[in-house]
Design a protein around this ligand. Structure first.
Ligand code: SF4
Length: 428
């Protein structure tokens, strides 16, 4: 399990494969909107400010999701659209320009200002692209203004990150140089670990997108190999491909096996010798496999139902089935981006029920009928399901917790083992 070079190619596995039938559902959805992504994006890009152009509801969501920062100046805020703006009685554009200029005067530390669209700004058709253009003409190069949508009209909250990164792609400088570009917002500690692995493999230079400073944009061009670290950044990867970069298909770096597969895909594309890959990854994978084994007893054989929420569902189900021995009842995903998860689908066990989209009532009926040992779901569903005697795990925790890479593999397993552990203790 730990030495991926020993694994058969995906095509030879009795996996779910890309042709597996998918249950497509359309109905009520239970997910956060893209504004949520600001919580982790603002932590990563330390020179960026995210200004949501939205309602008081948007401001409340952001404030409660990100917590109140008392000791630090926050790097996000909401320009609240008032009744007069919404009724078209005030010039929202003029007001927005005034707010942005005042903010930037007060905050000289801001290098990139993201104007984030919301449901209300989209409903009144406030053109944030035009606003960004206007403000750039006035403020660039001291500050760059970028706009993206975080509205609830999108399918799920992780699309907020994809939209933000996608909006930055046209700004990346052109380069012919050979380089590896890792796409997806990662905790700094994870980025540092992965950098060390790439250096040990001789893969250099490596850039991370987004980086710690939004203003320090990586180059892109025909020599760029793109390795996605997050399965929900599909539009960004396709936009980079449109700039001449070459995406590398791979499973995601979750668990020992996933991390080895991810590094192996990069190594193959870069031309690293297989022996070198084995030398670097084998001890790391063995250590990670030993660490996750601590949680295997708790998880092996347990039945798992994954509701659609974060877009991480398919890679995580693969990890839980293959490395932790869980039995997959149903794996739901908000939308199935086959290009981004092809390598993951091939590794899922045969016969698993995959669902795309959501019809909440029907899906909950299936959860109740199956009575799984663990249900991974959004925040709003966890308490009601717990009240019905079902153990749950909030999927949003998985985007806030560092879970990528070898050193985080045990933490990832523990995220799922904990609710079962707690339930077992309560039952004693
Ligand atoms: S963007 Fe839309 S869904 Fe999100 S908080 Fe604002 S109004 Fe609600």
């Amino acid at each position: 399990m730990t030495d991926l070079s020993a694994l058969p190619p995906a095509s030879a596995l009795p996996g779910c494969g890309s042709a597996a039938p998918v249950l497509r559902e359309r109905g009520q959805r239970e997910v956060f909107c893209g504004l949520t992504s600001i919580v982790w994006l603002h932590r990563k890009m330390q020179d960026a400010f995210f200004l949501v152009v939205g309602s008081r509801t948007c401001a409340h969501l952001l404030q409660s999701a990100a917590g109140v920062m008392i000791f630090a100046e926050p790097r996000f805020g909401t320009a609240v659209l008032t009744d007069r703006d919404l009724a078209g009685l005030a010039d929202a554009n003029e007001e927005l320009d005034r707010v942005c200029v005042a903010l930037l005067e007060r905050r000289p530390d801001i290098g990139t200002l993201f104007l984030v669209g919301s449901c209300p700004s989209e409903v009144i058709k406030l053109d944030l692209a035009k606003a960004a253009e206007r403000l750039n003409a006035r403020l660039f190069p001291r500050v760059r203004v970028v706009n993206f949508s975080g509205s609830g009209i999108e399918t799920t909250f992780t699309q907020g990150e994809d939209n933000a990164l996608r909006a930055m792609v046209p700004l990346l400088p052109q380069t012919q140089a050979k380089q590896l570009l890792v796409v997806g917002c990662l905790a700094d500690v994870v980025e540092d670990q992965l950098r060390r692995h790439f250096a040990a493999l001789g893969i250099d230079p490596v850039a991370f997108f987004p980086g710690r400073r939004a203003a320090a944009l990586p180059g892109v061009g025909p020599g760029t190999l793109v390795l996605a670290a997050q399965p929900f950044d599909g539009e960004t990867v396709r936009a980079l491909a449109g700039r001449g970069a070459r995406p590398i298909a791979s499973p995601y770096p979750f668990g020992a096996e996933g991390t080895t597969a991810w590094l192996a895909a990069a190594a193959r594309a870069w031309g690293v010798a297989p022996e070198r890959l084995r030398e670097v990854t084998a001890p790391l994978a063995a250590r990670a496999a030993k660490a996750v084994a601590r949680h295997r007893d708790r998880l092996a054989g347990k039945r798992l139902f994954v509701l659609p929420d974060s877009q991480l569902e398919i890679p995580l189900a693969r990890f839980l089935a293959r490395e932790m021995g869980m039995a997959l009842v149903e794996v739901g995903t908000p939308y199935l981006d086959r290009q981004m998860v092809a390598a993951e689908l091939a590794l899922l066990p045969a016969g698993v029920t995959l669902s795309e989209g959501q019809h909440l009532e029907r899906q909950l009926d299936r959860v109740r009928a199956a009575r799984p040992d663990l249900t991974v779901c959004g925040l709003g569903l966890a308490n009601p399901l717990e009240a019905e005697g079902l153990a749950t795990k909030w999927s949003i925790e998985l985007v806030f917790t560092p879970i990528h890479g070898y050193d985080q593999a045990a933490d990832l397993a523990e995220v799922f083992a904990r609710p079962l552990e707690r339930r077992a203790r309560l039952a004693v």
